[in-house]
Unconditional design. Structure first.
Length: 248
């Protein structure tokens, strides 16, 4: 299976690095996975080693995202090198996309995506999927979407995620609370979904010789918690509390 991980220009440095971490894990597990990143995206990663490794570097593709004639020259250059694929995708884009979508796809990076011919496109967040929902139609492959809990807290219109509900083959949510919020935004109950909360490998932490019933919070046994998100039920807080209980 060909899997494409797409990093949008609006992703923060930390968010891009988190997906790169997933990319390296999938690659180590034997997946045929590629990363598509905006101009200079590699320089924004916290990971410095991947781009220096030949077997990894060949799977990192920097998208030419400039909104100038240079982008069109890049697309034309790819078209001359791979004329059949370019013509096929050009025709298909005219058949399935509206005018605004056609302008965006042709002028940006369709020619770079087409060479991979992915079997599946996965969007790590709903906002990106709502904006780029037409890519699966052009590339003729299904898409899956991970909806982040924070996205469902914003005051977006009721139809904002409509394209996702229509075109996604499956949805991933971090908690049941997030699914209930998505249902209020129009998520069809019949759409396949999976609730997969953020996970912590408790075996990573060495508890040493500390007994289970020892008093917590003392200088001898301090309790240290690290949170990277809001303490909210939509973020799967109940699962985080279970992890804390296991660690104590």
């Amino acid at each position: 299976m060909n899997l494409a991980l797409f990093l949008t220009p609006t992703f923060t440095r930390l968010a891009q690095s988190a997906i790169v971490s997933k990319f390296l894990g999938l690659l180590a597990a034997g997946w045929n996975v590629h990363v598509f990143t905006p101009n200079d995206g590699v320089q924004n990663w916290f990971y410095s080693a991947p781009a220096d490794q030949p077997q990894v570097a060949e799977r990192i593709h920097e998208l030419k995202m400039a909104a100038s004639g240079a982008t069109w020259l890049q697309a034309w250059g790819d078209g001359f090198r791979h004329p059949l694929h370019s013509v096929q995708n050009w025709r298909r884009s005219r058949q399935v996309l509206d005018l605004d979508e056609q302008k965006f796809v042709d002028g940006r990076f369709l020619s770079q995506f087409e060479l991979l011919q992915p079997d599946l496109i996965h969007f790590e967040c709903g906002f990106a999927a709502a904006k780029w929902h037409f890519l699966p139609k052009v590339l003729n492959c299904p898409m899956t979407v991970s909806l982040q809990a924070g996205e469902l807290d914003f005051l977006v219109g009721p139809g904002f995620f409509g394209k996702i509900w229509q075109e996604a083959a499956g949805i991933h949510l971090p908690s049941e609370s997030a699914r209930q919020a998505a249902l209020r935004y129009g998520l069809p109950a019949s759409l396949p979904y999976a609730v997969i909360p953020p996970a912590v490998d408790v075996t990573f932490y060495d508890l040493g010789e500390r007994p289970y019933l020892e008093k917590v919070g003392s200088p001898e046994r301090p309790l240290r918690l690290l949170s990277i998100c809001k303490l909210a039920w939509s973020k799967g807080l109940e699962h985080a509390l279970m992890v804390v209980r296991l660690l104590l």
